[in-house]
Design a protein around this ligand. Structure first.
Ligand code: ADP
Ligand code: MG
Length: 243
């Protein structure tokens, strides 16, 4: 009798705990003067461990708003949002800040590195905001830089690096708190083709290490790295397909 233990383990571990986010009827409405803008207009979405999601859609379709809400940088105005099986729809600012600092990594199109800090100090920044005390900070920072191939530039400042190198440092910063999920909003938007490829290979290696990724992109080649594609239109998810 053949016995596929790997399949059994996978089956056994496919429980609620594999679900990172569950959004139901989620809305984020902005009021501008007398007008209401529905940046998110009833989003139903489940994000599971080890997914690599490409979020696509035209400008203004709500992609960044979705990233900000998932990253606890912005709050929904209606609907329900569960994180790790807990209702986090209306959590307070301190809990929100704590989750933002400790559970999720961010990567932005414009890198968002602080120019006066060294590369390693930039990488360590999220630890400043998280509640847990860390004694071996520098070692952690160097380990994160190793993972992105930038340890040799740890004492440089960001302006001494190329765009692709800055984005690798930004990814090291996103990794410092050992996040379960990394959210990236057009992370390759400012990069040339070669660096775009390097950054996507790096993301693919993080996926292999077990990190879940959600990446906003305009670029079909970048989207091709993902195993799930979500298309937004007018604040709604109009396509959600796995490959
Ligand atoms: N702070 C804000 N105030 C008012 N409207 C906003 C704000 N942020 C985003 N929006 C609006 O919400 C919609 C979605 O924006 P966004 O999520 O940035 O889209 P995308 O990232 O897909 O380009 C757009 O119509 C945008 O103008
Ligand atoms: Mg955007």
């Amino acid at each position: 009798m053949s016995f596929d233990s790997a399949a059994l383990v996978n089956f056994a571990t496919m429980t609620e705990s594999d679900i990172i986010f569950k959004l139901s009827g989620l809305r984020r409405t902005y009021t501008v003067g007398s007008e209401q803008v529905h940046a998110l207009d009833g989003v139903d979405l489940t994000i599971q461990d080890r997914e690599f999601i490409a979020v696509v859609g035209t400008s203004g379709s709500g992609k960044s708003t979705l990233m900000h809400v998932l990253g606890f940088m912005d709050s929904p105005t209606a609907g329900r949002m569960e994180f790790e099986s807990k209702d986090v729809t209306g959590i307070n600012g301190a809990d929100r800040a704590d989750l933002r600092a400790s559970r999720i990594g961010f990567v932005f199109q414009s890198f968002n590195l602080l120019p006066r800090l060294s590369v390693v100090d930039n990488v360590l920044l999220p630890l400043t905001y998280s509640r847990s005390a860390v004694s071996n900070k520098r070692e952690l920072g160097m380990a994160a830089l190793e993972r992105v191939g930038m340890a040799h530039r740890s004492s440089h400042t960001p302006n001494q690096l190329s765009g692709g190198e800055r984005q690798r440092v930004a990814i090291a910063r996103a990794l410092i708190n050992q996040p379960r999920l990394i959210l990236a909003d057009e992370p390759t938007g400012n990069l040339d083709t070669k660096n775009r490829g390097l950054i996507m290979e790096l993301f693919a290696s993080l996926l292999e290490e077990g990190i879940t990724l959600a990446i906003v992109t305009h670029d079909e080649e970048v989207a091709a790295y993902a195993n799930r594609r979500i298309r937004m239109e007018d604040g709604k998810v109009v396509e959600d397909s796995k490959s």
